[in-house]
Design a binder for this molecule. Structure first.
Ligand code: GLU
Length: 272
């Protein structure tokens, strides 16, 4: 084999090594360099939103910033990256983000691929309909082939497939804002996801949309990070505890989700 061929082969190997997986990546190490890439939602008002002027706002954004600060990273050192529901595990596994704060429920299936700090919030699945709708009042009224929208790779979509598959026509989109658009233009009958997310959309379109029924699942929001990154997980848990203890959690909630009228619950117990 010619030297050039050997080098070409080695180059391929080097690229594969650099791109394949990133098990060494730890959030605390990135933080030492003063920089963090954090996954959030870009289209969920009150939680994770990219504003038209390029700034970011929402409860998840505040949690992300508070934790970053405790890891020694100033707001200017943060790069926010969109983390849509179906891409979250992959973004973490590929080392494209240091951690994710994006209405991300802690589940056994996800814990096979990533680790979670938290929980920092507990929500529950609910339904969003047009304000003039009177026949959908909760999950039991979905019978009769109602058109329901949720997001691919989310726990609410999974739940609908498991529990309500016989009753509804599920449409899965990539984002909840796309579902809300379809609801507003009449293409679907209801959107399902966590009540706190739906409250944000209802507040965005006052008089047009409403949340109905009592929450029918428990969604414990965690901060997703690389599997096995125990050092970062412990530091993030400590940061969440202090956010709750020093009143920043409550302040952040009021100034973000609070505007939607969603009542502030007691903060959850962060796991050790
Ligand atoms: N908390 C649920 C989940 O993690 C729904 C919200 C979302 O998709 O971000 O799947």
């Amino acid at each position: 084999m010619k030297l050039t061929q050997i080098c070409a082969g080695l180059a391929v190997l080097a690229v594969v090594a650099a791109c394949g997986g990133n098990e060494e990546k730890r959030a605390v190490d990135s933080a030492k360099s003063g920089k963090l890439t954090i996954g959030i939602k870009f289209d969920q008002p009150g939680l994770g939103l990219r504003n038209p002027d390029g700034t970011y706002s929402g409860f998840d954004v505040e949690v992300a910033r508070y934790v970053a600060n405790k890891l020694g990273v100033a707001p200017q050192g943060i790069t926010f990256r969109e983390a849509p529901s179906p891409q979250r595990e992959t973004l973490i596994e590929n080392g494209e983000v240091d951690y994710i704060v994006a209405t991300y429920s802690i589940t056994d299936a996800r814990e096979a691929k990533v680790d979670f700090a938290g929980p920092y919030f507990v929500a529950g699945q609910s339904l969003l309909v047009r304000s003039d709708n009177t026949d959908i009042t909760g999950p039991d009224s979905l019978h009769g082939g109602k058109k329901l929208c949720s997001v691919t790779g989310s726990t609410p979509a999974q739940r609908v497939k498991e529990k309500f598959a016989a009753d509804v026509q599920l449409q899965e989109f990539d984002t909840y804002s796309a579902c809300v658009e379809a609801l507003r233009n009449g293409a679907i009958d209801a959107v399902t996801t966590d009540d706190i997310i739906l409250a944000g959309y209802a507040a965005q379109f006052p008089g047009q949309l409403k949340v109905v029924g009592a929450p029918f699942t428990t969604e414990r929001y965690g901060i997703g990070l690389a599997k096995g990154d125990k050092a970062s997980r412990e530091r993030i848990n400590a940061a969440l505890e202090s956010m709750i203890q020093d009143g920043s959690w409550q302040k952040a909630f009021q100034s973000t989700v609070g505007a939607s009228g969603y009542p502030m619950p007691a903060p959850p117990q962060v796991e050790k």
